[in-house]
Ligand binder design. Structure first.
Ligand code: BG6
Length: 489
């Protein structure tokens, strides 16, 4: 549809932004927190900084929340650090961890900002890994359930919106990159066991939320990269559908229907993959009815047919921020990804495609008929303070404006969307490029070099500076999506 009017956003729409504990908090050895596997993983990403200080949100949370309020936020999506709440295998709850999140939640509520909390954003505690060898062990399920219950019991009186696992699909697709594959010697097969264990963790979280949080709502957070077919050649359409299955649909179907689809079961059969699935597992998965989807979406991909006689190629992501530095995958017999000549890309070769956000929302709504909250969307770029002392992030403003407009159009198209929380509020550590790849509406005055050199937050500036995008976003959200800052064609 083309519309003759600007989209209208619902009253009480959640306008906010997003973060994750391990990427924003810092203080990884303070307040009783112990190490998480992702901390060690971040230490391997030199020359970029690791996460020990990050944006030092742990010490700056009051200032950060005040800035959110100044911007006009009505929501903030963030995650809790499991090893801050339960730091050791004796399962004792850390009072300092509980106090930190209580303070953060209360500070948000003071300004009428609704917390939307992710229970798990890549940060498995090291003690779990040491005790059980990582995600492959079913004991993780009980530990995760215990942790979730602690969160619901401590914060559920004030927090009603919960997210289970961030981008489970991406953790399985990019296991090494996100530190999930530890303890595996045959990732090709074992990733499906890990995936099953994560599905059970998700299901336990859903059930516990409904049991313990009065009026609580909970959903998963798939990482959505919609797939367009490369051409109208019929087999390219099948290739694109395969790509969609293998990168996102398998996960979404399981969350909603509580069982594995014939597509994935046949794939397992053909490849001799036998994850251990007990009858009671599927019962549990079926009982765990989600209330909504969190949706992370930054870009799109293009899929095409990959006949069996093609040579396989791995997906090599651009990890250094110099354009043209990625390799599209070829999975013979399944699908290949390829370039999209119609869209520009970021320095990390991510497609800049606002329409893909509308497409994703339409796709999710058509398939599942569940409400959605956009939990991530954003523009990663190299940035530094300008000569005038400010940060003029015009590209980010354009990205946000065009993406939010598409959210509005999806709502006009009939999708039920409850909120928009772009990545990220302040700059924070990227998954692989430290502070070199910035996403924030607020600049954090610290570089990878400084973080590498001075391992002490109190000796670094870490000053917060509002970027141009902060002011632009503030106007837009205070007008509930009316002040676009330019004429929109
Ligand atoms: C999302 C993750 O997939 O993408 C975030 O949930 C991540 O944790 C974000 O930071 C952006 O990716 P990157 O690699 O640019 O940090």
């Amino acid at each position: 549809m083309h519309y003759t009017h600007d989209p209208i956003f619902p009253e009480n729409f959640f306008w906010g932004a997003s973060s994750a504990a391990w990427q924003v908090e810092g203080a990884t050895r303070e307040g009783g927190r112990t190490q998480a596997v992702i901390d060690l993983n971040s230490q391997k990403k030199k020359p970029f900084a690791d996460n020990s200080i990050a944006s030092d949100h742990y010490h700056h949370y009051k200032e950060d929340v005040a800035l959110m309020a100044e911007c006009g936020f009505s929501s903030y999506r963030f995650s809790m650090s499991w090893s801050r709440i339960i730091p050791h295998e004796d399962r004792k709850v850390n009072p300092d961890g509980i106090a930190f999140y209580n303070n953060l939640i209360d500070e948000l509520l003071k300004y009428n900002i609704t917390p939307i909390i992710t229970l798990y954003h890549y940060d498995l505690p090291c003690w779990i890994e040491k005790k059980y060898g990582g995600w492959l062990n079913r004991s993780v399920i009980e530990e995760f359930e215990y942790y979730c219950k602690i969160c619901f019991n401590n914060f559920g009186d004030r927090v009603k919106y919960w997210l289970s696992i961030n981008e489970q699909n991406m953790q399985i697709v990019y296991g090494d990159w996100l530190g999930v594959s530890k303890g595996c010697n045959n990732w090709f097969e074992q990733k499906w066991q890990i995936n099953h264990i994560m599905n059970l963790c998700h299901a336990k979280a859903v059930l516990a939320c409904h049991e313990l949080v009065d009026g609580g709502k909970i959903g998963p957070v798939p990482g959505m990269v919609p797939i367009y077919p490369a051409t109208c050649k019929p087999m390219d359409q099948i290739g694109a559908m395969n790509a969609e299955e293998f990168t996102e649909k398998i996960w979404n179907d399981t969350y909603v229907y509580g069982e594995y689809s014939n597509f994935v079961k046949n794939y397992w059969k053909n490849h001799n993959i036998n994850p251990e699935i007990k009858p009671e597992d599927e019962e549990l998965m079926k009982k765990a009815k989600i209330d909504f989807f969190g949706v992370n979406c930054y870009r799109s991909n293009v899929g095409k047919d990959a006949p069996l006689d093609l040579e396989a190629k791995e997906y090599l992501l651009n990890k250094d921020g110099k354009k043209g530095n990625l390799q599209f995958p070829i999975n013979p017999g399944e699908f290949a990804l390829t370039e999209n000549p119609y869209v520009e890309t970021t320095d990390w070769d991510w497609e800049i495609d606002p329409v893909s956000l509308r497409y994703t929302l339409r796709y999710m709504w058509d398939h599942y008929h569940l409400p959605m909250i956009i939990t991530e969307n954003g523009f990663g770029m190299h940035e530094s303070i300008g000569n005038d002392g400010y940060i003029h992030d015009k590209e980010r403003i354009n990205f946000l404006r065009d993406n939010i407009y598409q959210v509005g159009l999806a709502i006009e198209d009939g999708c039920e969307v409850w909120g928009y929380n772009p990545w990220s509020f302040t700059d924070l550590l990227s998954t692989g490029n430290g502070m070199a790849k910035r996403y924030g509406l607020v600049y954090i005055d610290v570089t990878d070099e400084q973080l590498n050199k001075i391992n002490d937050a109190s000796k670094l500036s870490i000053k917060r500076i509002k970027k141009d995008s902060f002011y632009w976003y503030s106007k837009l959200i205070k007008s509930n999506g009316k002040e676009w800052g330019r004429e929109k064609e």
